[in-house]
Design a binder for this molecule. Structure first.
Ligand code: GLP
Length: 258
């Protein structure tokens, strides 16, 4: 695992934007396209802001990009302000020249959710797999909406959300707005098939989950610990998110802090 600690959220977002832009360029040159796995939540907003602000030779060419999002609430239509489809349009898709038919979101409105989940998996495979998957981490260690207890081999499916996740995400829902208790999420097995993973974590609220994910045992109790099994996992932390780590992580090796 390549673990990098940046001084603060701005530096983390800037570093992430550089890595994502470079990957889009590299994959586009090599294969004529790039398949990007997108995440939602507060953490990747700084990354998306920087991606859309880049110009000149630095600007990523989204006309060659296809995207697959990690998750979506069940029962929220894409025009609902709290849906992840809406979030992605607001922070990224409406600002780049990505062809609409290359944007893929899990369908939380399908009448047959299981069939929609299977179709999502097929679409990822037809696109040739995900080149770079952007990830955040929940304060309980969840990845996408894979809550503690999720099989490390799980596939795209409907997931019931934990009380902790509902409480963490309640801030996005206004008074009187119903917060869904279920979501469609890529599975951990699906995520692990991406060629590269880029996980971002910021703030003290993530410090314990980051420690468990990077330095604890690989266990379904901390879904993000599955990253330890990926050959190309790059983790960007700010100082606060790294504050509970017992080891220094440099150049892919970990040493006990002095
Ligand atoms: C949500 C998303 C996750 C995200 C997590 C952390 O539950 N489903 O993909 O990583 O929240 O969000 P935030 O970045 O807002 O802390």
């Amino acid at each position: 695992m390549l673990v990098e600690t940046l001084p603060d959220y701005d530096a983390l977002s800037e570093r992430a934007a550089r890595l994502v832009s470079e990957e889009i360029r590299r994959r586009s040159l090599r294969t004529g396209r790039a398949v990007l796995g997108c995440a939602t939540g507060s953490t990747p907003i700084g990354l998306y802001r920087r991606l859309i602000a880049r110009d000149g030779p630095e600007a990523p060419d989204f006309s060659r990009v296809a995207t697959f999002n990690l998750d979506e609430y069940v029962g929220l239509p894409p025009e609902h302000p709290q849906s992840y489809g809406y979030f992605m349009r607001e922070y990224l898709f409406d600002h780049v020249d990505i062809p609409a038919d290359r944007i893929h979101m899990p369908d939380g409105m399908a009448t047959d959710l299981d069939a929609a989940c299977a179709a999502y998996e097929r679409r990822i495979a037809e696109a040739g797999g995900i080149d770079l998957q952007i990830l955040g981490i929940g304060s309980n260690g969840h990845l996408a909406f894979n809550e503690p207890g999720s099989s490390l081999g799980s596939r795209t499916r409907v997931q019931i959300l934990t009380e902790k996740t509902l409480a963490d995400n309640a801030r996005f829902f206004g008074e009187g707005e119903t917060q869904p208790h279920t979501a469609v999420t890529m599975g951990l097995g699906t995520i692990m098939e991406a060629r590269k993973l880029l996980m971002l974590a910021s703030g003290t609220g993530k410090a314990a989950a980051v420690r468990d994910a990077l330095e604890g045992p690989v266990t379904a109790m901390c879904p993000a610990s599955v990253l330890q099994m990926h050959p190309h996992a790059h983790i960007l932390l700010d100082e606060e998110a790294a504050s509970a780590l017992a080891y220094t992580h440099r150049d892919g090796i970990a040493e006990v802090k002095e």
